[in-house]
Design a protein around this ligand. Structure first.
Ligand SMILES: C[S@@+](CC[C@H](N)C(=O)[O-])C[C@H]1O[C@@H](n2cnc3c(N)ncnc32)[C@H](O)[C@@H]1O
Length: 352
């Protein structure tokens, strides 16, 4: 299974900024990125308060092409270790880091974290054995990846063990992953033996409808996920959260955060700093659209939430709400929101 994942990610081409902007899921991708930024930023802050005057070390587990590199740099991290199973992705990550280092030398601003890069299957090897003195980290981050690692009990256990034993006492293990309860709930809402659900943006397909009627297996419960009707992604596995919690607790970790993206968004959007980051990252679509700009979704009723808000339906608590109602407001189309709320955030802390 590891080889299949590596092959898949090695073949995914880096899309250009222009083609990303054209994508139907442009705002969804930015929104997901915002969630990661807030999760990472808020935990780096907790860690800084806890480990005063320490050089913060981070393990980016399943780091891919280094999509979070800028977040680590902005967060003032001192050292970052990237691990991924796909060698081409790790190479791209290394190149990205090199470009950043060159640019930093040119303009001499900011501090770049020291970095290490490793190609490894974290479900099969013990990361501690990768080098003689594997460091312990203040933060282990696993973004949009845990669901590839639950194909069996052994794989999941090895993965969680790697994350947990890489942590310093008091350190945090954070991440984003599909919400298994939400997936099964949406599947079971489908009538008859239909074993798939989704919309114009995303699709989830199980190979059989057994999950609808029978007990869901704790490991190896396979499905395929696709975004924007592209070629189907490599297999993913349901991660039943209490199982993750149990595995982590066996290594001395306790859950401190477990939230669907919808709740996480609501809890953080009220804080000015995270709210303004939404704008900076273009994480919401302006509605109504400006002249000459086409809305991302052409589906009837896909902007009804924004429309209702502008109409003044529902609560209006603050002066800011009053101002917002003159439009445009930032929103996600219903189809993108449905895709976003398939995911959840988590955090665990290692006992001190
Ligand atoms: C959806 S990408 C996420 C990449 C990155 N964390 C991000 O948020 O942009 C999932 C990544 O998990 C990696 N991966 C999957 N299984 C893995 C394993 N067993 N060990 C290490 N990396 C793995 C894949 O190669 C891929 O780069």
């Amino acid at each position: 299974a590891g080889q299949e994942v590596a092959q898949h990610y090695n073949q995914v081409l880096q899309s250009s900024i222009a083609s990303r902007a054209e994508s139907r899921a442009f705002y969804l991708r930015n929104f997901n990125n915002w969630v990661k930024s807030v999760l990472i930023g808020s935990h780096l802050r907790i860690i800084e308060r806890q480990f005063i005057n320490s050089d913060i070390r981070v393990l980016d587990l399943c780091s891919g092409k280094g999509g979070d590199l800028l977040k680590w740099r902005k967060g003032g991290v001192a050292k970052i270790v990237f691990v991924d199973i796909a060698d081409v992705s790790v190479e791209q990550c290394r190149r990205r880091y090199g470009e950043m280092a060159e640019q930093q030398q040119r303009d001499g601003r900011g501090r770049l974290p020291r970095a290490e890069f490793h190609v490894a299957d974290a479900t099969a090897v013990r990361l501690r054995d990768l080098q003689p003195a594997w460091p312990q980290f203040h933060l282990v981050s696993c973004q949009f990846s845990l669901h590839y690692c639950f194909q069996s009990y052994q794989a999941a256990r090895q993965f969680v063990r790697n994350a947990c034993e890489s942590l310093l006492p008091g350190g945090y293990f954070i991440g984003t992953l599909p919400d298994a309860n939400e997936i099964v709930r949406r599947l079971r809402r489908k009538p008859g033996s239909e074993a798939a659900f989704g919309n114009g943006v995303y699709n989830v397909t199980f190979s059989s409808s057994a999950v609808k009627t029978q007990q869901v297996p704790l490991f190896g419960c396979k499905y395929h996920f696709s975004l924007e009707k592209q070629v189907q992604d490599c297999p993913e596995y349901l991660v039943y959260f209490p199982v993750l919690e149990q595995l982590c607790s066996e290594y001395g970790l306790r859950c401190t955060l477990r939230q669907n993206f919808a709740k996480f968004y609501r809890d953080h959007v009220t804080q000015p700093e995270w709210r303004s980051l939404l704008g900076v990252m273009q994480s919401l679509e302006p509605y109504p659209n400006a002249d000459g700009v086409e809305l991302k979704s052409q589906v009837e009723g896909d902007y009804r939430a924004a429309q209702a808000y502008l109409n003044g339906d529902g609560r209006c608590d603050t002066e800011e709400d009053e101002r917002d109602r003159n439009g445009p407001v930032g929103t996600l189309s219903m189809e993108e929101w449905e895709a976003a709320t398939l995911y959840m955030v988590f955090a665990f802390q290692r006992a001190e």
